[in-house]
Design a binder for this molecule. Structure first.
Ligand code: FAD
Length: 367
C-alpha cells in the first residue's frame, strides 16, 4: 500500500477540535483516491480514548503520543513529539488544522525538512495524473489559488476550519491504535501555554460564536441594543445585528451579519426586531436553531425561523431576562439541577461547527 495520508489532530478542553475531524474526513477522501490509509497522530495527555472518534470519522490508524508535558500546547513540545512519528510514516500528504497551534509548529517543520507547506487550504486532492493538488484562499478570502506539485512531492497542508464541515460519524468503525510515550523534557520547551482562557462573548468573533442575540431596527435605538446586550449576557451569547443597525451606530461596525458582514453558524440565533431581508438571511443559513421575535407576523424571518414569536421585543425581552435570571439563581442554589442552557459554552479556538460548514460554497465552486 502507498504511504498513508497523515493528519496531526488537536484537542481542546479534553475533546477533539472539529477542525481536526474535518482534516480526518478530508484525508479520508484523498486516501481513497490513492487507495491508501489515513493515519492520525494525536499528541496530548490522556487522549487515547479519543481514538474511537477519530476512527468513526475515517482514521485507519491512530498513533497517540502520550506525555504529561503535552497536556498544554507548546510549539517546541509538538515539534519534539510529532516530528519523529511523522517521519516514520513517510507521508506524501500531511494535514493539520489551520489553527493557532498548527501555525506555531508546522511551518518550522516544513522549513526544517524543506517540504512545501500550503496554508488556508479549502480542498486537498490528487489530480487524475496523480499530482498533489490543493486549493487555498488568499488576500482575505478574495482570491482562490490552485497549487499542483510534481508527482510524489511530500506536501504539508493546513486546512481552513469550518469550510468542509464535519460529516456524520460511523461509530464502531475499526482503527488500529498505538500509544507511544516519548521522552520529552519540558524544561527545554521555549514556549508553553500556562492556561487556556475561554473567549469572552463580548468580543468573540461572531463567526465563532455558539449563541448570537441579534438586533434589527425594531430595537428602536441604542437603549434597545443595551437591552439586548443584557439578554446576551444572560445567555452567554455574542451580540450582533443587521447592517442598518450598525450603519446607525447602535452596534459596532464589525458586528453586523449578512452578505456584506459576517457569515455566522451558531447553535442558537435569536433575532429581535429583524425583518429578514435577503442580504441578512444569507449570513445566517448555517445557524442550527433560529428564533425570531417580531411585531409583524408577515416578516420574512418569522417564516424561516424554527420558533417565531409575534410580539413587541420590548415586552418579550425583559420577561426573558427575568426568567433566565431566575433559572440561574435556582441553578446556583442547586448545582445538580443546573439547566443545560446555562452551561458554559465550550468554544473551539477556531469555528467549525459539526455539520455546518461555515462557507461550503467556497468548496462547491471548485473544479
Ligand atoms: C447592497 C446591500 C447589501 C446589504 N448587506 C446587508 C448585510 O450584509 N446585512 C444586513 O443585515 N443588511 C444588509 N443590507 C440591508 C438589508 O437590505 C436590509 O435593509 C436590512 O437587513 C434590514 O434590517 P432590519 O431587519 O434591522 O430592519 P427592517 O427591515 O426595517 O426591519 C425591522 C423589523 O423590526 C420589526 N419591529 C419593529 N418594531 C418592533 C418591536 N418593537 N418588536 C419586534 N419587532 C419589531 C419590524 O416589523 C420589522 O420587521 C444590504 C443592503 C444592500 C442594498
Amino acid at each position: 500500500m502507498a504511504a498513508p495520508v497523515v493528519v496531526v489532530a488537536e484537542t481542546i478542553y479534553g475533546g477533539l477540535t472539529p477542525a481536526s475531524l474535518e482534516c480526518v474526513e478530508e484525508a479520508r477522501d484523498v486516501a481513497e483516491s490513492l487507495a491508501t490509509a489515513v493515519h492520525v497522530i494525536l499528541p496530548g495527555h490522556q487522549t487515547a480514548a479519543l481514538a474511537d472518534e477519530l476512527a468513526a470519522h475515517g482514521a485507519d490508524r491512530v498513533t497517540v503520543i502520550e506525555h504529561q508535558a503535552l497536556a498544554q500546547f507548546s510549539a517546541d513540545g509538538w515539534l519534539a513529539a510529532v516530528a519523529p512519528v511523522l517521519k516514520e510514516t513517510r507521508a506524501v500528504f500531511t494535514l493539520a488544522p489551520d489553527s493557532g497551534y498548527g501555525r506555531s509548529w508546522l511551518p518550522r517543520l516544513s522549513a526544517r525538512w524543506r517540504i512545501p507547506l500550503a496554508s488556508a487550504c479549502i480542498r486537498v486532492k490528487v489530480t487524475d495524473e496523480g499530482y498533489p493538488e490543493v486549493f487555498r484562499v488568499s488576500h482575505d478570502g478574495k482570491l482562490h489559488e490552485r497549487q499542483i506539485w510534481a508527482r510524489g512531492t511530500a506536501v504539508m497542508v493546513m486546512l481552513w476550519p469550518g469550510v468542509r464541515g464535519v460529516g456524520p460519524a460511523l461509530p464502531g468503525r475499526p482503527a488500529s491504535v498505538t500509544v507511544v510515550e516519548p521522552e520529552l523534557d519540558p524544561a527545554t520547551f521555549r514556549d508553553r501555554t500556562l492556561r487556556t482562557v475561554p473567549p469572552d462573548p463580548h468580543d468573540v468573533d461572531l463567526t465563532e460564536a455558539e449563541r448570537i442575540v441579534s438586533g434589527g431596527l425594531g430595537v428602536g435605538g441604542p437603549e434597545g441594543m443595551a437591552l439586548l446586550q443584557q439578554l446576551a449576557d444572560e445567555l452567554e451569547a455574542a451580540l450582533g445585528g443587521t447592517r442598518v443597525v450598525a450603519d446607525r451606530g447602535w452596534l459596532a461596525a464589525d458586528r453586523f451579519i449578512g452578505t456584506t458582514g459576517k457569515i455566522v453558524a451558531p447553535k442558537l440565533y435569536l433575532a429581535l426586531g429583524v425583518s429578514g431581508a435577503g442580504q441578512h438571511v444569507a449570513g445566517i443559513t448555517g445557524s442550527e436553531t433560529v428564533i425570531a421575535v417580531n411585531t409583524d407576523r408577515t416578516a420574512p424571518l418569522l417564516k424561516l425561523a424554527d420558533l417565531g414569536v409575534v410580539g413587541d421585543l420590548h415586552a418579550v425581552v425583559p420577561v426573558l431576562i427575568r426568567k433566565l435570571r431566575t433559572l440561574r439563581q435556582a441553578a446556583q442554589a442547586a448545582p445538580a439541577v443546573r439547566p443545560a442552557l446555562l452551561d458554559p459554552v465550550i468554544r473551539t479556538p477556531v469555528a467549525a461547527a459539526a455539520g455546518r460548514p461555515r462557507d461550503a460554497s467556497a468548496r462547491e465552486a471548485l473544479p
